[in-house]
Design a protein around this ligand. Structure first.
Ligand code: PBG
Length: 320
């Protein structure tokens, strides 16, 4: 009785209700995070269709729509008016993300406001840290990253998500938050962030393409998975409350490996290139966007992710 013709797996596939009974993986809007770009001037993104840069005023209106649709979390990225060597726009008290947080916090008390903590959108050279002798200097970048996280929290952020890949940044940020009495704010670390071609459209959106070199000196080699587990482990030791794998679709094995190794919540970032590929193919009439998106996001969950950052979050609110 353990094989065909006695066993027929098609029996539970015969209609939608039967399939629903045995479905193993579910998408829920309350585990999705919508990325938003805040800038001094609005701009429609060519490479990230459907995404825009919002002014502080416009981001309030957009968030109003998102919240009305049921979205429960957003992550903010900032594009400053001016960039410099010290990434001043990242950590100054009236930086663009800080302004957006102060506008959003009182209006949406229930919404989870996350921020991406990185310097690349704010440095004149576009790297994620401070440059010393032509290289991104790890330890000197930590202080600015910690300052950035503290200023986000002081402006109203609920969760900070460092995406820079400097060694020791989780501890630096945790210590700095604790020092100002923000010991209850969680850190979601982009622990295994790969040096990926799939960030291309984001860099146009965030204006953060490095002016020289690339990010391989600090982001991970796509060939490595054991190293990703070490990154996760170190971040947890340094005080990360949750870890993240990024990108998501080309790294499902890394999500799975992290899931099997750690009991902390795991995030996955369904990045700009993953989104843009489906958008472009859908626009060409080559595949159906909604089905492809739902299938991709389900695969990310199935691999073991808890929360997912995705540009489809707003659409999901309609689709689910
Ligand atoms: C900042 C950052 C990047 C992304 C998220 N945070 C860009 C990068 O590292 O180059 C990429 C997100 C996406 O592609 O959707 N360091």
């Amino acid at each position: 009785m353990s094989s065909y013709p006695d066993v027929r797996l098609r029996r539970f596939r015969r209609n939608a209700s039967l399939r629903g009974l045995v479905r193993e993986t579910h998408l829920r809007l309350d585990q999705f995070v919508m990325p938003l770009f805040v800038a001094p001037e609005s701009l429609r993104n060519e490479q990230l269709p459907g995404m825009s840069r919002y002014t502080v005023e416009a981001v309030v209106r957009e968030v109003e729509e998102l919240v009305r649709a049921g979205v429960q979390a957003v992550i903010l990225f900032g594009i400053p008016a001016e960039k410099d060597e010290q990434a001043t726009g990242a950590w100054e008290d009236d930086g663009i993300v800080q302004q957006a947080l102060r506008a959003l916090r009182p209006r949406f008390p229930e919404l989870v406001l996350m921020t991406d903590v990185c310097l690349c959108e704010y440095t004149s050279h576009g790297h994620c840290g401070v440059i010393v002798d032509g290289e991104v200097h790890n330890d000197r970048s930590l202080e600015l990253l910690a300052r950035t996280a503290v200023s986000h929290v002081e402006a109203g952020a609920d969760v900070v998500a460092p995406s820079d890949m400097m060694d020791g940044r989780v501890r630096a940020i945790r210590d700095a938050l604790d020092d100002v009495g923000s010991e209850s704010v969680p850190v979601l670390a982009y622990s295994a962030k790969y040096a990926s071609a799939f960030y291309g459209p984001f860099r146009e959106a965030a204006d953060s393409t490095p002016s020289f070199g690339d990010r391989r000196g600090y982001q991970m080699d796509p060939a490595n998975v054991r190293e990703a587990l070490r990154e996760c482990e170190l971040d947890i030791e340094e005080g990360a409350d949750a870890i993240m794998i990024k990108p998501a679709l080309p790294y499902l094995d890394v999500i799975r490996a992290a899931r099997e190794s750690f009991d902390v919540p795991i995030g996955a970032y369904n990045v700009s290139g993953e989104y843009a590929m489906v958008k472009a193919a859908a626009q060409a009439g080559w595949l159906e966007e909604r089905q492809a998106a739902l299938e991709s996001l389900t695969a990310i969950k199935r691999a073991g992710a808890d929360l997912i950052i995705s540009y489809w979050t707003k659409d999901l609110a309609q689709w689910l």
